[in-house]
Design a protein around this ligand. Structure first.
Ligand SMILES: Nc1ncnc2c1ncn2[C@@H]1O[C@H](COP(=O)(O)OP(=O)(O)OP(=O)(O)O)[C@@H](O)[C@H]1O
Ligand SMILES: [Mg+2]
Length: 177
């Protein structure tokens, strides 16, 4: 699967939400991504949750940048999706708890935005299911930067990150024997 497919689907669904708050969404989607072995519907749901958060927790007139690019992790090829916003950011106290079901942060600045506090818990499950990585960091100079990484499909002559781990495990066992 080309990761840009579910990303574009999520973007289409949420543009109106951004327009309503005069938030500009900038996209930088690389055209040379390795294929990811993923579920289009679930990755669209993940992207929509993250994009909805970026829009919700960014005051009127802000910016959101969504990008995809090929990135290797621990020797395995893959694709990185990043969503950067210029919003209210996440306090260090909240950052410990935001993946907990029903947790909603205490940061001021976008009062009135509604939610259940389930979005990030669901995102974490989707990323784990795809053997990916999810990281939420402060964006400079302000806002939040979310990075998601997915391993590329194992193709002929190539090795996916999960295969790298399996090979390492076998190697480690062989070395112990
Ligand atoms: N981009 C972001 N900027 C600032 N705070 C964020 C951002 N994304 C998440 N958060 C904080 O993390 C909390 C948990 O996020 P989560 O998506 O799980 O819940 P929600 O958006 O409040 O509700 P739901 O997603 O269920 O509608 C949010 O309430 C918010 O405090
Ligand atoms: Mg949310």
């Amino acid at each position: 699967m080309d990761l840009n497919l579910p990303v574009n689907q999520a973007l289409q669904g949420l543009r109106m939400l951004a327009d309503a708050k005069d938030i500009v969404i900038e996209t930088r989607l690389a055209s040379d991504l390795p294929a990811v072995d993923g579920d289009v519907g679930r990755i669209c749901q993940l992207t929509a949750n993250l994009l909805a958060n970026a829009i919700k927790f960014t005051p009127r007139g802000g910016r959101v940048l969504i990008s995809t690019r090929p990135v290797s992790h621990r020797g395995g090829p893959g694709v990185e999706l990043t969503i950067d916003d210029t919003g209210i950011g996440i306090s260090p106290e909240d950052r410990q708890k935001i993946y907990n079901r029903f947790y909603r942060g205490k940061q001021r600045g976008t009062e009135g935005e509604k939610g259940t506090g389930l979005g990030l818990a669901i995102c974490k499950e989707i990323v784990n299911h795809h053997r990916g990585l999810l990281e939420i960091l402060p964006n400079e100079p302000t806002g939040t930067s979310v990075r998601v990484w997915f391993p590329a499909c194992a193709a002929d002559g190539e090795t996916s990150s999960s295969n790298v781990q399996t090979i390492c495990l076998h190697t480690a066992r062989a070395n112990c024997a």
